[in-house]
Design a protein around this ligand. Structure first.
Ligand code: AMP
Length: 644
């Protein structure tokens, strides 16, 4: 009993002690939400990515194996892995009502406070501090209770559900401290924004596995063999760093084929490093897509790959189709479950795929059945919708051009060379009009590649993708297994760049009407899990687009520079890094203004004459072009004439 009280006290105090009491305990303790809120508060104030990662690792240590998955999801403002599509999604008006109810203020008072502060989380915190009517039954909130109520908010719908949602949130606020209230409001509004991306999460998991890794003879031997440093103190430091990186890589390898951080955390918590062996590819769980490198000419591609497969590059949606018996699930490139949007592909997969279970990938686009012409992307994109799906499917039916096979009949095929996977893919697709193989040739001739490229472009396609015949499927990375060659125009970079909008400038003159003159955009730094500024984009947008962008961006305004954003330029309005836009430019130049690629005495990199091409709804911010890619393109530029 004494032990029980001691530990209860320990957690009520926020669980600041050593994790081992908790780890060894046979009793199933429940984490208080306070522990989570205090960690969030410290993470918000953390001055560096490293400090943030340590704080996260500490938090994860405090959760037991039954609850760690939930803690992991909540850290990213979610209730489940993104592929499950569960969003708390509460409107601001309802959150205001819940605050009013819980804090004993009128809705108008809450709204006024919101106008002043610009953040309902802070409003809830402040008003609860001044709470007029103390609730009689306030009790310490458990993480479990918070999770349960938020889940109910996320999943209840229909008549009367709004009142229920307000009640559920107010109930939580009633038992919450002011600081807890800050997060209880931000989560359902989708405003948590601690700036914790997947890489930081995995780093934190790795930190907690270090002591076990040090006992793993094989790992230790591998790391020691790779050490270059001679001085003993430095050697120890390097050893720790390399071991952590090694563990992180092992975790990422699994995340690539089983994209669910909560599930991973649970397995690691239960079984330590051995838990990784229990994680594998499974139909119904998304796999991170392999990515294409770029080279500017056919000659360089052949030099790099030798004999390779050259495929037409279609400009549509990349879809991963998972067939599990009669059940078909389709994931987008962002790993959202988009099954409902593409009924004809679901039907075709059931009919055409000759395997009990399979995971394959392809690009879907609208094709004019009468003329067999490909519709432009602007037409295909209309199929990404939640309403009128049946009608649009009739009007603009999609074809899925399949290009890779990852799994079939219970077997993971990712390790097989591409030529073998392609052979099996061809056999797997039965007759039908909807699922077909991509157009392709196999060649080692530059001329043949160019001829095929030109034919593809003439058909209205984007260009070609060359594929290494011997490469395994490399999930979640670019490693020259695929190399794209795109249409290019004189005076432009040979490929567009996908940037993330981090803010906007209001604009003067004509543009003032739209409230938006230019976008401040960034690229993604994978190592630092942050977004670094690269260009101010003010051209290429139609009036319609300006209006649309202004509307979209106004909803995700931030009062200050968001966590995870690195920019010396200050826009009129900061926004959450959420939207990816494709940008064309003349070249990449050094510039003191931007932060991408800045460091070691070098100025940053910037896009010269950037112009907007389109919004890339299929990409998550972390899937934007990376700093590393920009650096690669910048180097290439020096000896290859840009845009030639
Ligand atoms: P990018 O988005 O420009 O880096 O080009 C890579 C994308 O091209 C992939 O993610 C697919 O969505 C798309 N794609 C179109 N055709 C093919 C193909 N034949 N093989 C692989 N990817 C393709």
């Amino acid at each position: 009993m004494a032990v029980f009280l001691l530990i209860t006290f320990y957690f009520r105090e926020g669980g600041q002690g050593k994790g081992f009491i908790f780890e060894k305990s046979p009793i199933n303790y429940r984490m208080y939400f306070k522990v989570l809120a205090e960690s969030f508060d410290r993470i918000e104030k953390a001055s560096s990515r490293l400090a943030m990662t340590d704080l996260l690792a500490e938090l994860f240590k405090k959760a037991d194996s039954d609850e760690i998955a939930r803690v992991v999801y909540l850290c990213q403002g979610q209730l489940a892995p993104p592929y499950k599509g569960i969003e708390v999604g509460m409107g601001e008006r309802f959150a205001e009502e819940a605050i009013a109810k819980a804090a004993g203020y009128s809705k108008e008072e809450v709204r006024r406070a919101y106008k002043k502060k610009g953040d309902l989380g802070l409003v809830a915190e402040e008003l609860l501090k001044k709470k007029k009517q103390r609730s009689l039954f306030s009790s310490e909130l458990t993480m479990e209770k918070v999770f349960r109520n938020l889940m109910k908010i996320a999943t209840s719908g229909g008549k009367g559900s709004q009142q229920l949602k307000i009640k559920l949130l107010a109930e939580l606020l009633n038992s919450a401290s002011p600081m807890e209230a800050r997060y209880l409001i931000r989560i359902p509004l989708g405003n948590l924004r601690l700036g914790i991306g997947d890489p930081t999460m995995m780093d934190a998991f790795a930190i907690n596995l270090l002591s076990e890794a040090k006992r793993n003879k094989k790992l230790v031997k591998d790391v020691e063999a790779s050490l270059k440093e001679k001085k003993p103190e430095k050697r120890k430091e390097e050893f720790d760093r390399k071991l952590r990186l090694g563990v992180r890589e092992m975790i990422e390898d699994k995340y690539n084929v089983h994209s669910d951080l909560g599930y991973l955390a649970e397995k690691l918590r239960k079984h330590g490093l051995k838990g990784l062996n229990k994680i594998g590819i499974r139909p119904g769980i998304p796999i991170r897509p392999t990515l294409a490198e770029r080279l500017p000419t056919a000659k360089e591609i052949i030099k790099k790959l030798g004999r390779c497969e050259v495929e037409a590059k279609y400009d549509g949606f990349r879809l991963a189709v998972h067939k599990d018996g009669k059940k078909v699930t389709i994931f987008s490139r962002r790993q959202e479950n988009v099954t409902e949007m593409f009924p004809e592909i679901v039907e075709a997969a059931k009919k055409q795929i000759k395997a009990g279970d399979a995971i394959f990938e392809g690009e879907a686009l609208a094709v004019n059945e009468e003329t067999s012409e490909y519709y432009p992307f602007q037409v295909t994109i209309q199929r990404k919708r939640k309403y009128d799906i049946g009608k649009m499917a009739k009007e603009f039916p999609l074809k899925l051009f399949a290009f890779d096979l990852l799994y079939a009949n219970g077997k993971n095929l990712m390790q097989l060379p591409f030529r073998e996977r392609r052979k099996r893919l061809r056999k797997l697709i039965g007759r039908g009009k909807t699922i077909v193989l991509t157009d392709a040739i196999v060649t080692d001739s530059v001329d043949e590649m160019l001829l095929f490229f030109n034919e593809s472009v003439e058909k209205g396609l984007e260009g070609t993708i060359a594929k290494d015949l011997n490469a395994r499927y490399i999930a979640g990375a670019r490693k020259f297994a695929w190399i794209k060659l795109k249409r290019s125009y004189r005076g432009e970079l040979s490929d567009t760049i996908d940037t993330v909008v981090i803010g906007f400038f209001k604009g003067r003159g004509q543009r003032a009407r739209f409230g938006l003159g230019a976008l401040l955009t960034a690229v993604y730094d994978e190592r630092e899990d942050s977004f670094k500024s690269i260009a101010k984009v003010g051209t290429g947008m139609s009036e319609e687009m300006l209006k649309e962008l202004h509307k979209m961006l106004s909803k995700i305004r931030e009062a200050k520079k968001p966590a995870g954003v690195d920019s010396d330029l200050k826009p009129d309005v900061w926004v959450e890094p959420k939207y990816v836009i494709e940008v064309n430019a003349d070249e990449i130049t050094r510039s003191p203004v931007h932060t991408a690629g800045k460091g070691k005495g070098k100025a940053g990199l910037a896009l010269r004459f950037p112009r907007m091409v389109k919004i890339r709804q299929d990409k998550k911010p972390e899937q934007a072009t990376t700093v590393k890619e920009i650096e690669g393109m910048f180097k290439k530029q020096k000896h290859v004439r840009v845009g030639g």
